[in-house]
Design a protein around this ligand. Structure first.
Ligand SMILES: Nc1ncnc2c1ncn2[C@@H]1O[C@H](COP(=O)(O)OP(=O)(O)O)[C@@H](O)[C@H]1O
Ligand SMILES: CC(=O)OP(=O)(O)O
Ligand SMILES: [Mg+2]
Length: 403
């Protein structure tokens, strides 16, 4: 049997889980979850305080001394130290055999999960500038655990891997060929989430992939993925997870001329532009209030409304673009923090998709039902909670079984 610890550093959260896997060909749903937790609200971009949810297999809240007394401001590094402290102090975690990590950027060379060693770690660290809100915090616990427990097998599972099936035309920028060959291409992110959503939708549809699917991963990071016959064919994120939709603090797609303008005419340094685009834009920048959708939906401020409207408008436009790439749309799936919980956002997106034929069942949407389209809608609309941790545990178990 393998006991697998999973760590997932998101841009506003660190999610973690513990699974028992008792046979090599276990299916996703066979994995027995023992603990699941998350630090949320990291980085202080919203007015609400950071917090920690930790639950056991029955969904009962668990407390832990190592995690008590959270300060009002908690960043990823502090949260990781507390998490590693909890791992040290929890007897059930002593017999972990494998640790699976979400690593956002796999670059040109990593198309599938790998066992981490020093050489791989060095290559992945070199990709940190391409995912500054994620990669350093994914790799930090890899290094700490390698020091604490060198015997542990550690596995990296990549956000980019699911998108390697995309046709070249979907990955290519219109740049000179030599730059494309150097790997300056659109990689796409949130792939572990899309992989899981694809599995769950296929299960719901009795083994059918659903044909032409757009999955909307709307969390603090947000993107859309076109999944055709079970394979990623296009996505809104690109070389980095800045492209595409506006996000909690990230700008999404911009005219690159604007970046040149900031550098050349506004006299901003590269670092200052990076901070602007990664940390001070998106929902936070437009609203001037918060990066957190809950706070924006609860606010009466015109700027909060404008931020939500811009988010929805850009999602609707990108849905049109991805539907065009697939020659139509059969299913739209909402997932992640906003997609799973913000009924008004789903409603506004679905209303903007009426031209495609989609009609929403308002009552089903309000109660966060799994299927939210009306019976006569030719396009299915779904709310499917994502579970990147389970996907990572499954890949890690399969890799461990081969070694
Ligand atoms: N009930 C809710 N209503 C609206 N938005 C929510 C709700 N719960 C969570 N969210 C949004 O989900 C975001 C976090 O999503 P999540 O997918 O967990 O983030 P991360 O990108 O850090 O993994 C929060 O920033 C918040 O905006
Ligand atoms: C890639 C990315 O933006 O991830 P997250 O939404 O977890 O921050
Ligand atoms: Mg996430």
């Amino acid at each position: 049997m393998n006991r697998i610890l999973v760590l997932n550093s998101g841009s506003s959260s660190i999610k973690f889980a513990l699974y028992d896997v008792d046979h090599a060909d276990a299916s996703l749903s066979d994995l027995a979850m023992r603990y699941q937790g998350q630090f949320f609200g990291l980085g202080g971009r919203s007015r609400s305080l950071p917090g920690l949810k930790l639950k056991d297999a029955d969904g009962k809240s668990v407390s832990s001394v190592a995690m008590d007394d959270l300060p009002d401001h908690l960043d990823h590094h502090d949260a990781l130290i507390r998490l590693l402290g909890w791992i040290e102090a929890t007897p059930e975690l002593e017999d972990i055999t494998v640790v699976g990590h979400r690593v956002v950027h796999g670059g040109q060379h990593y198309h599938a999960p790998v066992i981490l060693d020093d050489a791989t770690l060095t290559e992945l660290e070199a990709l940190s500038p391409l995912a500054p809100l994620h990669q350093p915090y994914s790799l930090e616990p890899v290094k700490s655990l390698a020091r604490q427990r060198p015997e542990l097998m550690q596995v990296a599972c990549f956000d980019t891997a699911f998108h390697t099936t995309q046709p070249k035309i979907a990955q290519q920028f219109a740049l000179p060929r030599e730059l494309t060959e150097k790997g300056l291409i659109r990689y796409g992110f949130h792939g572990l989430s899309y992989d899981y959503i694809n599995c769950m939708l296929t299960k719901r549809l009795g083994g059918d992939t659903g044909g032409r699917v757009i999955a909307a991963h709307l969390g603090n990071g947000a993107s859309l993925c076109a999944i055709q016959d079970g394979r990623s064919v296009a996505s809104t994120t690109g070389f980095t997870a800045l492209e595409g939709l506006p996000m909690g603090t990230r700008c999404g797609s911009l005219d690159p001329g604007l970046v040149l303008h900031l550098l050349a005419e506004e006299g901003m340094s590269v670092g200052a532009v990076g901070d602007l685009l990664y940390n001070r834009s998106g929902l936070l920048g437009v609203s001037g209030i918060s990066s957190d959708m809950r706070e924006l939906l609860a606010s009466d401020a015109a700027s909060a409304r404008e931020a939500v409207e811009l988010f929805v408008y850009r999602i609707a436009r990108e849905i049109g673009s991805l539907a065009a790439a697939m020659g139509g749309l059969d299913h739209l799936v909402f997932t992640a923090g906003i997609g799973e919980h913000a009924a008004p956002v789903r409603q506004a997106v679905c209303e903007a998709c009426e031209w495609l034929g989609l009609t929403l069942d308002d009552a089903a949407n309000q109660r966060h039902a799994t299927q939210i389209n009306r019976h006569d809608s030719p396009i299915g609309a779904w709310v499917i909670p994502t579970d990147e941790e389970r996907m990572i545990a499954w890949y890690s178990a399969r890799l461990a079984a081969c070694h």
